[in-house]
Design a protein around this ligand. Structure first.
Ligand code: SAM
Length: 244
């Protein structure tokens, strides 16, 4: 194939890779590559190890859903990251790595999608578990999943998903664990941090932020009211805590 024709064919691909790199970082890009390779292999009858969570519990938390497929009533839809979730064991390890008494805390997942992290958080004795999701379609699925998920080790019965833009979410006046799985870009993340700082001025309390695939960690590193904690964490995650 002539060089010029090959360059014309490859240009859209390199633009797509650059866009994904900006959105999800290097690890996200690598994981997406593995994901797509998995789909490719499965399509050809080669069985790769699959995430069995939904099969086991009759829930619907899997898959990858680009946001353009959803009707989202928010000025921030263009900086939202597509729906996808983490492997259940990894979520357990992440949440379990926090050195806290869970019963003193409310767990909030900002950008909670179909709610898998809410289901896993309900295995810990949190005071309450709240999911914040701006797609109504995903929020409805999450609430259905919450009703279905009844494992024997469920320790929190107060679990809900609400359909709100994370930029407008008002934090409850409790001690908080805020979970972020790279849900949005810097515009929304800055608004979230401003809201958090404001509520801390009103009511000083302990807040932990568990940020998985921390593409915009620099924003949290620069927030004067947060300290980065040096915990032994699985996978690609960063943990922050309100300073003293
Ligand atoms: C990568 S998924 C994470 C899903 C979930 N946290 C999990 O770990 O299973 C990102 C989610 O954030 C949601 N999202 C993006 N921007 C949002 C915003 N401004 N407000 C609320 N949800 C948002 C998307 O719709 C998507 O469901």
């Amino acid at each position: 194939m002539p060089m010029r024709k090959r360059a014309r064919l490859l240009k859209p691909l390199s633009q797509k890779i650059a866009r994904k790199l900006r959105q999800d970082g290097l690890c996200g890009l690598f994981r997406q590559g593995l994901n797509e390779a998995g789909i490719w292999f499965r399509g050809r009858g080669r069985i790769l190890p699959q995430d069995s969570f939904d099969n086991e519990y009759g829930t619907d938390t899997g898959g990858v859903i680009p946001l353009w497929k959803l009707q989202i009533d928010s000025p921030h839809s263009n900086e939202g990251v597509r729906y996808q979730t983490l492997e259940a064991g990894l979520l357990r390890e992440l949440i379990g790595s926090l050195p806290i008494r869970h019963e003193d805390f409310v767990y909030v997942d900002l950008g909670s999608g179909k709610g898998r992290s809410l289901l896993i958080a309900s295995e810990y004795p949190f005071r309450k578990v709240i999911g914040v999701e701006f797609s109504q379609e995903l929020d409805v699925i999450a609430n259905r999943n919450i009703l279905r998920y009844r494992p024997p080790n469920r320790r929190c019965g107060n679990v809900s998903s609400i359909c709100v833009d994370a930029a407008d979410f008002r934090f409850p006046p409790d001690r908080l664990v805020v979970f972020l799985y790279n849900p949005f870009g810097t515009g929304v993340l800055s608004r979230v941090l401003e809201n958090l700082e404001r509520t801390l001025h009103e009511h000083r309390r302990e807040v932990w932020i568990l940020y998985s695939n921390p593409v915009h960690a620099d924003l949290l590193d620069g927030a004067g009211f947060l300290d980065r904690e040096n915990l032994a964490l699985p996978d690609n995650a960063a943990v922050y805590k309100t300073g003293n």
